[in-house]
Design a protein around this ligand. Structure first.
Ligand SMILES: [Zn+2]
Ligand SMILES: [Zn+2]
Length: 550
C-alpha cells in the first residue's frame, strides 16, 4: 500500500460526494486529505500503525479512519458503497465543458443519465430542459460540448503527463526487480498536448515486474510480452515498455521519437544508454524535444538548444494591481530569489476592465509602489511596463502621454476574438506599427484543449515584426504555449527576435518559464535567438533606444 493509492481512493470519495452533495464541506475534506497524503514524506503505513495519521495537517478524524481502513484492508467500505450507487462511466460526462460534478449528479438523479450517449439523446429529445438549472439554451450548448468532448477524448495538457510520469516512476522505484525507469514518448518530447504516458522499465525479470504493475495502475492489460497498458488517475492511459537492462537505451530511443523519426533512424543497436545508441550508429545526438520528424535527424549541424538556465530575466508579470494573486513586492522577491538580473512588471491596461485593468490614476499608484519596493530587490533591475490591449481597430490602449511612461509594452488581444483572418491580421499589423510596442503577447489567443486561437497570417505578422523590430513573445503558460512551436522557425528565418515570458499571475506561475523554454527547444531555437537570455545592460540599452525613437 502506498500513498498514491490512498490519495486516489480519497479523491474518488470526494468526487462521489460532490455528485450527491448534501454537504459540500465533506467533499472538500476528502480532497484536502488526498492532497495531504500525496505530499507525505513519511510512510503512510507507518503513520497509521503508530496512530499518528490524524496528526497530518489536512487529515481529520473521519478521513483518518478511512485512510486507516484502506491501509489495513486495501479498500474502503465507504468508497465501495458510493461506487454501488452510480454507474461506472459517470465521470466521463465531466469532459463536456461547463458540466461540473454538481450538474452531472443532478442529471443522474433527475433523468438517470450517466453517459455521453444518454446525455446526447436527452438533449435532442428536449427532456433536458425540464431539469432545474438547464435552460432552453443549454441543450444546444451541451450538444456542442459533447461533440467537442468526443473529439478531444483522452487528450491532456503536458503538465498532467509530467506529473503522472513522475508519480509512476516513484512507484516503480519501490519495486525490487525494477533496475531503472524513464518516461519516453510524447511526454519526453515535451509535446504540448499528449494522449498517453509511456515509460521504459528495465528489469532482468519481466514476468515479476509485469505482475507487480497490477498494483501500480488501474485497468491493467497485457498487450504483448514486453508491453503493459493501464490507466492512472482514472483517465490517463499509461503504456509500460519492459526491457532488459542492456537494451534500456535502445528501447528509450525507440519509444521516444515519433514513428517518422524512429523509421528514419533505421536499425537501433542494443545499448544500455541512449548516448551509446547514438555513438554506435555514429549519429549526432538529437535532444528528445527534436524527435518529431525525419528532418530532425537529417540535419547535419545540431543547434545547441536554449536552456532554462540561459534566461537572465523576464517580462510579462502581473501583480495584485490587476488580476495577479501576489503583490508587487512578492512578485519581485520571487524573481530575485530565482536569481534574475531583471524583471518587467506589466499589469493589464484600462480596456481590460474584467481583468482589473489599470486606469491612469491606478497606474500612477502602481508605479509609485514599484519605486518603493524595487529598492528591496537590488541589484535586480525592475522595468515598468504594461500588457496593453490591442483595441479592435489595432490601436494600443492608453494613448500617447501614458504610453511614454513605460520602459516596455506587451501588446495583446483580449477582446473580439471572432474577427475574420484578414481583419485580425490587419489589426495586429497596425499594432506592430506603433513604435511604443516592444513585445507582441500571446499571438493567437489560443487555450489548449478549450479554445482555438484566432486565425492569422503568420508570415505577414512575422515580416512586419522583423521590419519594426518588435519582439514576439513565447507565452509559457501551459494552457497557451502561444506561438505554436511549429511556426517559430518561420519567424526566426525572417530575423524576428523571440522572448520567453511566463505571463505570471502568481509566484508559482514563474514556472511557465520552464514550459516556455520547452516550446523554444521544440522549435530548435538557440539562446541567442531569445531576447531574455541577454544580460541586463544589453536589455536596458535596447529598451532605452526603442523609447528614444518612439
Ligand atoms: Zn494577456
Ligand atoms: Zn498577461
Amino acid at each position: 500500500m502506498d500513498k498514491f493509492t490512498v490519495a486516489r481512493a480519497l479523491d474518488e470519495i470526494s468526487r462521489y460526494l460532490e455528485l450527491s452533495d448534501s454537504n459540500p464541506f465533506k467533499a472538500r475534506a476528502f480532497e484536502r486529505a488526498a492532497r495531504a497524503i500525496e505530499k507525505l514524506e513519511d510512510d503512510v503505513v507507518a503513520l497509521v500503525d503508530a496512530g499518528n495519521i490524524t496528526k497530518v495537517p489536512g487529515v481529520g478524524k473521519a478521513t483518518g479512519d478511512i485512510i486507516a481502513e484502506i491501509v489495513r484492508t486495501g479498500s474502503s467500505s465507504y468508497l465501495e458503497e458510493l461506487r454501488g450507487q452510480y454507474p461506472s462511466g459517470i465521470f466521463g460526462m465531466l469532459r463536456v465543458p461547463k458540466l461540473g460534478l454538481k450538474k452531472v449528479g443532478i442529471l443522474f438523479t433527475e433523468l438517470g443519465i450517466s453517459s455521453l450517449d444518454e446525455l446526447e439523446a436527452a438533449a435532442k429529445s428536449g427532456r433536458l430542459s425540464k431539469v432545474k438549472g438547464f435552460g432552453p439554451k443549454s441543450a444546444e450548448t451541451i450538444l456542442k460540448g459533447i461533440e467537442w468532448a468526443r473529439k478531444r477524448e483522452s487528450n491532456f495538457l503536458l503538465p498532467v503527463g509530467i506529473e503522472v510520469g513522475e508519480m509512476l516512476r516513484e512507484k516503480l522505484a519501490s519495486i525490487d526487480a525494477v533496475e531503472d525507469a524513464e518516461v519516453s514518448g510524447s511526454v519526453r518530447r515535451r509535446l504540448e498536448v499528449i494522449r498517453n504516458v509511456n515509460l521504459v522499465v528495465a528489469t532482468k525479470n519481466i514476468d515479476v515486474v509485469t505482475d507487480a504493475l497490477r498494483t501500480v495502475v488501474d485497468r491493467f492489460e497485457i498487450v504483448d510480452e514486453t508491453t503493459v497498458k493501464g490507466v492512472a488517475r482514472n483517465d490517463v492511459e499509461v503504456i509500460f515498455h519492459l526491457t532488459a537492462p542492456n537494451e534500456f537505451g535502445s528501447t528509450l530511443l525507440r519509444t521516444t521519437g515519433t514513428p517518422a523519426f524512429v523509421d528514419a533512424f533505421g536499425k537501433i543497436p542494443k545499448a544500455r544508454t541512449e548516448k551509446d545508441v547514438f555513438k554506435k550508429t555514429e549519429i549526432a545526438y538529437v535532444e528528445p524535444e527534436r524527435r518529431e520528424t525525419a528532418d530532425d535527424l537529417a540535419k547535419k549541424k545540431r543547434t545547441k538548444l536554449v536552456e532554462l538556465s540561459d534566461l537572465r530575466g523576464t517580462f510579462h508579470v502581473h501583480t495584485t494591481f490587476s488580476d495577479g494573486r501576489h503583490s508587487v513586492l512578492e512578485m519581485l522577491s520571487a524573481a530575485h530569489d530565482r536569481g534574475y538580473e531583471y524583471v518587467g512588471l506589466s499589469d493589464h491596461s484600462k480596456a481590460a476592465y474584467y481583468a482589473g485593468g489599470l486606469s491612469e490614476s491606478r497606474l500612477e499608484e502602481q508605479q509609485a509602489e514599484i519605486a518603493t519596493q524595487e529598492k528591496k530587490v537590488r541589484p535586480m533591475r525592475v522595468f515598468r511596463g504594461t500588457e496593453a490591449d490591442i483595441l479592435p481597430d489595432g490601436s494600443i490602449d492608453y494613448g500617447l502621454p501614458t504610453l511614454k511612461k513605460f520602459d516596455f509594452v506587451v501588446a495583446s488581444i483580449h477582446s473580439q476574438f471572432q474577427m475574420g483572418r484578414d481583419e485580425m491580421t490587419e489589426r495586429i499589423l497596425r499594432a506592430l506599427d506603433d513604435p511604443h510596442v516592444t513585445f507582441l503577447g500571446h499571438l493567437t489567443g489560443r487555450r489548449l484543449l478549450s479554445r482555438e486561437g484566432y486565425s492569422v497570417d503568420y508570415d505577414r505578422i512575422f515580416d512586419r515584426a522583423a521590419e519594426r523590430g518588435v519582439i514576439i513573445e513565447i507565452n509559457g503558460n501551459p494552457q497557451r504555449l502561444d506561438v505554436d512551436w511549429r511556426y517559430l522557425p518561420r519567424a526566426v528565418e525572417r530575423g524576428v527576435v523571440l522572448s520567453i515570458h511566463p505571463d505570471a499571475h502568481s509566484i508559482s506561475e514563474y514556472n511557465a518559464l520552464i514550459t516556455g523554454t520547452w516550446v523554444a527547444r521544440k522549435a530548435g531555437l538557440a539562446a541567442k535567438q531569445i531576447f531574455n537570455t541577454r544580460g541586463v545592460e544589453e536589455v536596458e540599452e535596447f529598451l532605452a533606444k526603442r523609447r528614444a525613437s518612439s
